[in-house]
Design a protein around this ligand. Structure first.
Ligand code: SF4
Length: 242
């Protein structure tokens, strides 16, 4: 073998040796990750303000493409004007749009709120149903919204709400692989015991907001660093969002 070829081969061997083989994620490992996140973020909870299932449902609809802080600024006036689905079902669209304007996409959100409230009044006597199948039939309500409402207001775990933080953090840690929320949710549901499903969403969201930021993850102060499968994690990266 020529000297240059030998050098190339040696370099290739070294690169292969340096590569860390991907660690297989198991239920036990996922539980360890969640135990650590639970200890790190004991205050993780739904950041939206609400008093009733209806209020959480409406607030979650408003939170699409909007921060929870912004939604929390809007909902006091919204729920004073429309305290129940019956009142919301009779809302004048222009008036409702004015109240929710600052949350963005206010035309579509007003339509969803009125449609959802009408569905609740017509099919459920004005109550928020306690099943995912019934919830996702309502206008403006997808699996994510339904899981949030079921989990936080009724303590029912029928799915794992996957938002942008859950999607990113689950992929980085190696709890799931993929860009589609539905597929990631399926993988998480297989891996994580049902009694942890509701907390899983809250913990991954809080971790994503506080440490595993989209652009500047603070790997250097991350409690799950040793278990994280992300190839780009960097022990020295001590920056973060809070
Ligand atoms: S080690 Fe870095 S990438 Fe992995 S979960 Fe922690 S902050 Fe996110």
């Amino acid at each position: 073998m020529k000297p240059k070829a030998r050098a190339r081969r040696r370099a290739g061997d070294r690169t292969r040796r340096l590569k860390t083989p991907p660690t297989k994620m198991t239920s036990a490992r996922a539980n360890r990750v969640l135990d650590i996140l639970e200890a790190a973020h004991p205050d993780a909870t739904c950041a939206l303000h609400y008093r009733t299932p209806w209020e959480l449902l409406a607030a979650t609809i408003l939170s699409a493409q909007c921060t929870d802080e912004r939604v929390n600024k809007v909902t006091p006036a919204l729920f004073e004007r429309y305290p129940t689905p019956a009142e919301m079902a009779r809302a004048v669209p222009a008036e409702l749009q004015d109240i929710i304007r600052s949350t963005g996409f206010f035309n579509a959100k007003a339509k969803s709120l009125i449609g959802c409230a009408t569905g609740l009044v017509e099919a459920h006597g004005g109550d928020v149903p306690q099943s995912l199948d019934a919830l996702v039939k309502l206008p403006g309500v997808g699996r994510k919204t339904a899981s949030v409402v079921l989990g936080h207001t009724y303590g029912i775990a029928e799915g794992i709400a996957v938002d942008t933080h859950v999607l990113r953090v689950a992929n980085r840690i190696g709890l799931a692989r993929g860009e589609e929320a539905g597929k990631v949710e399926e993988q998480l549901m297989k891996l994580i015991p049902r009694e942890r499903w509701i907390r899983t969403t809250d913990l991954l969201i809080f971790h994503g907001r506080r440490i595993c930021d989209a652009r500047r993850p603070a790997c250097g102060r991350c409690p799950v660093f040793a278990l994280c499968a992300w190839e780009s994690k960097q022990a020295w990266a001590a920056t973060g969002t809070s």
